[in-house]
Design a binder for this molecule. Structure first.
Ligand SMILES: [Zn+2]
Length: 826
């Protein structure tokens, strides 16, 4: 069976829905947690039958891996739901059957899709506050309780855990109540949704539409656990964006840009602003927007022969013709004649005059006797090639198919062959002393908005440098590297040939997948080709299939595009920040971004100080996005990507963070905009109409709002570079005599990681790190049952150490912090 195309394009996906904890101490939630006892775009679908939009649901990450491995593209816009993963897909009837055979549930074919529950009716009377039922340890903890508004509508996002969440029977339920402002009673009880991933209970979570901001919430489990917590603001208190300055210049990009335009503008900027900009060329050329010229001829099935030119199409391959010829007579041998670029196969005849060459024999003869014109000839797919080859009607011209322009392709010829990627470097002091920020767009070819967003950011820097003092601060204090498209070959293919192209253009497929009908399915997913948490190491979310849209490549860093990134961050070791810009989904991610499915073992979690710094930076970045037209990236879509969405084996963020200590973000721009007219969240597409609906899905609006976010990321980096202030920290409660066991936790003055001891030794960087109670939760609570002395110090995200303590050598001042919790003997 011939399956030309299995790609699925995800369309609209709404976002669900929480505050920034700046301190490492509990935020929002009461510190009732226990533990550690101490003292002891609608993309174009080509050549296919009628495709339609369906909602699908997968049971979990295991099934996702299976479906991805089968060649379906389920990368973008997926949405976690309590019982699995949902999405919207454009598929043919045949593909639906295949999905169902893999266990995928097809939910329906409508378009509208509401996530947010309306708040239930009336107040149900006063509820008691936070009384811990006797006989129950604290079984419920609130991780997040966040309030935000968008386009006139309020939302409450809650994430809470029960320590009994993994229990299979009975499944523990959770109920949420909220007040209606300070001093009002709890009410509006509603059931929370249980989120399970890869067989592991994660937490309960929901996004609720509310008209008034609650002050507190209360979460109750069906086994009697109760927790209350204060509600935090999410993106509610943003300072005005740079664009609020009336003389600030913006809105430079007026349409989508293909790679030649992006690179040419980057070089022009470097020429126009030589005092603050230059081009750095990446050393590894891409494999090129080019293919071998091909044809599948000689019949179908066992008789088909797949022929590929030795030369690239544009270097002579497209001039090659192949003819399979019949001759009168009997008992004739198989022969090959070559005249110029014309290859003529004289098919063998049997004793009675019938045709007698099999596909395998013809393929072997072509490889051996075409005088170097054909270097690859083989039976079709997995066929043995036992069929008798039929003559062709005449010479068949081989083609690389690259001159087949798709409808709506831009004007102009696309340069063929390998490309050298220019990096636009902007900064007043490009001497390696300022914090470097790498903005890397369009690893994935069909994602057009990330490229325009990055270009717009570069334009704003150079145009406002002289006139806007905030921009001058950025340019004077950072060293920015823009890769406007990291996948030019694939991007050209997306613009000119196949809009849904995701990967690069490198064909690593063996013969069984090397025929031209597979051409839209070749290439490496560059964001699966890195070395940390990779598919080659057993992490989930990368495919070993060369025709899968998440194909990880034959080995780690097999592709020039990924080698280049490693080269860049090694050469410019001042790069401390990175944003891998993708579309579409309305998400902002960091580590962990990958896990081993069996046991759901993630790559190492960032220490609490880094986690808090990520959240703080995310809130700044996303507040500036919101300032443009009230687009809210919801807290449910922010964090370690494998905690909130799925595992992406071998992604660039894991490598840059874990190998080089770079704060490496990934975001999905576009999509997930609240539409007050329908009351639903509406997702975007890879290539939305440039001037689409300015309030909803529009390439232009997305470019402008997300460029705001990139500018704020530069300010985060500039502030980080100037941060010379030491953090301070506290043990709460601190030094003192207590009548019985006491719960203590740490808090810090800014995002910082605490190293501590309780055994009398001096704390060092090898000492235990103060950790979160659980992921996405505030810092752990120690249950102190006997007299304990804590010794500790804190380190902030810029490396400043509390009280200038030196943990690396025997600092005679012993300038660390101490506190003794004295527990009275009974
Ligand atoms: Zn992407």
């Amino acid at each position: 069976m011939r399956r030309i195309q299995r790609r699925i394009a995800f369309l609209a996906l709404p976002a669900l829905v929480a505050g920034v904890f700046v301190t490492t101490g509990p935020a929002g939630a009461d510190p009732t947690g226990s533990t550690a006892a101490v003292g002891s775009g609608l993309s174009q679908l080509e050549n296919r039958e009628q495709a339609r939009l369906v909602h699908i649901k997968l049971a979990g990450a295991d099934m996702l891996d299976k479906v991805v491995a089968a060649g379906f593209d389920l990368e973008h816009g997926l949405k976690r739901v309590p019982t699995g993963i949902e999405g919207e897909a454009v598929v043919t009837a045949e593909q639906i059957t295949e999905l169902k055979a893999m266990g995928v549930e097809v939910l329906g074919e409508d378009v509208g899709f509401a996530w947010s529950d309306e708040a239930d009716g009336g107040i149900q009377g006063a509820a008691a506050r936070a009384a811990q039922p006797s006989g129950h340890e604290a079984t419920v903890r609130i991780a997040r309780a966040d309030w935000f508004t968008t386009k006139g509508q309020g939302f409450l996002y809650v994430e809470a855990r029960t320590t009994e969440g993994q229990q299979a029977a009975p499944i523990v339920g959770m109920q949420l109540e909220n007040d209606s402002g300070k001093g009002t009673p709890f009410g509006f009880a509603r059931t929370m949704s249980r989120f399970v991933d890869s067989g592991q209970y994660m937490f309960h979570r929901n996004l609720f539409k509310l008209d008034a901001r609650p002050n507190q919430i209360q979460v109750t489990s069906s086994t009697g656990g109760v927790a209350t917590g204060f509600v935090s603001n999410w993106l509610e208190d943003a300072p005005p964006p740079l664009t609020a300055n009336p003389s600030y210049k913006s809105d430079f990009v007026d349409g989508y840009r293909h790679p030649q335009q992006l690179y040419s503008r980057a070089k022009e900027i470097a020429r126009q602003y030589p005092d603050i900009a230059e081009i750095v060329y990446l050393p590894n050329q891409t494999n090129g927007y080019q293919r071998k010229a091909q044809a599948t001829i000689g019949g179908t099935g066992q008789a088909a022969v797949v022929v590929s030119s030795a030369a690239w199409g544009h270097e002579g391959g497209n001039d090659v013709t192949v003819e399979f010829a019949d001759r009168p007579g009997a008992d004739l041998p198989l022969a090959v004649e070559v005249a110029g670029k014309a290859v003529r196969v004289l098919l063998a005849k049997g004793a009675s005059g019938g045709l007698a060459s099999t596909a395998t024999q013809v393929a072997d003869a072509l490889r051996a006797q075409s005088q170097g014109l054909i270097d690859r000839a083989h039976p079709y797919r997995t066929n043995a090639g036992t069929g008798i080859v039929a003559p062709t009607a005449g010479p068949v011209a081989l083609t690389d198919f690259l001159d087949q322009k798709r409808v709506g392709a831009p004007e102009g010829e696309v340069p063929r062959g390998p490309v050298t990627i220019p990096v636009l470097r902007i900064g007043k002091h490009r001497d390696g002393k300022k914090p470097g920020v790498l903005i890397q767009a369009q690893d994935h070819a069909r994602e057009w908005v990330p490229a325009t967003t990055s270009l717009e950011s570069a334009e704003r820097l150079v145009h406002n440098y002289k006139s806007d003092k905030e921009t001058k601060k950025i340019v004077d204090n950072t060293d920015v590297f823009f890769i406007l498209s990291n996948n030019p070959d694939g991007a050209n293919y997306s613009f000119y040939n196949f809009a849904s192209q995701r990967r690069n253009m490198t064909n690593h497929c063996p013969d069984e997948n090397a025929d031209p009908a597979r051409r839209n399915s070749w290439g490496v997913d560059l964001n699966r080709n890195y070395r940390v948490g990779s598919g080659h190491d057993g992490y989930a979310g990368g495919s070993t299939s060369c025709v899968s849209d998440t194909y990880q490549g034959p080995e780690e860093l097999s592709e020039p595009e990924s080698k280049n990134i490693i080269w860049l961050v090694e050469k410019y070791s001042n790069i401390k920040f990175m944003m891998s810009v993708h579309s579409n989904g309305g998400q902002l991610f960091w580590q962990p971004g990958a896990y081993i499915a069996d046991g759901r073992i993630t790559t190492p979690r960032p220490p609490l100080g880094d986690e808090a710094f990520y959240w703080q930076s995310a809130a700044r970045i996303l507040s500036q996005v919101k300032a443009h037209r009230e687009t809210v990236v919801t807290p449910e879509n922010v964090g370690g990507s494998s905690d909130v969405l799925y595992s992406s084996a071998g992604n660039v963020r894991e490598d840059l963070y874990h190998t080089y200590g770079i704060y490496a973000f990934g975001w999905e721009v576009g999509g997930s905009v609240y539409n007050p007219a329908t009351g639903n969240w509406q997702g975007g597409s890879f290539q939305p109409a440039w001037e689409g609906n300015p309030n909803l899905v529009s390439g232009h609006a997305e470019t402008m709002e997300y460029a705001n976010g990139i500018m704020e990321m530069f300010r985060v980096a500039a502030d980080w570079g100037k941060d010379k202030k030491n953090p301070t920290s506290q043990l709460i409660p601190g030094d003192g005599k207590y009548r019985g066991p006491v719960d203590v936790h740490f808090e810090t003055s800014e995002p910082a990681t605490i190293y501590y001891t309780t055994d009398g030794s001096r704390p060092t960087l090898e000492s235990p790190r103060y950790a979160a109670t659980e992921f996405r939760e505030p810092g752990q609570v120690f249950h102190v049952t006997e007299t304990t002395t804590f010794r500790w110090f804190s380190v902030d995200s810029a490396g400043n150490i509390e009280k200038n303590y030196d943990p690396t050598k025997n600092d005679k001042r012993n300038n660390y912090r101490t506190a003794t919790i004295e527990i009275a003997k009974k």
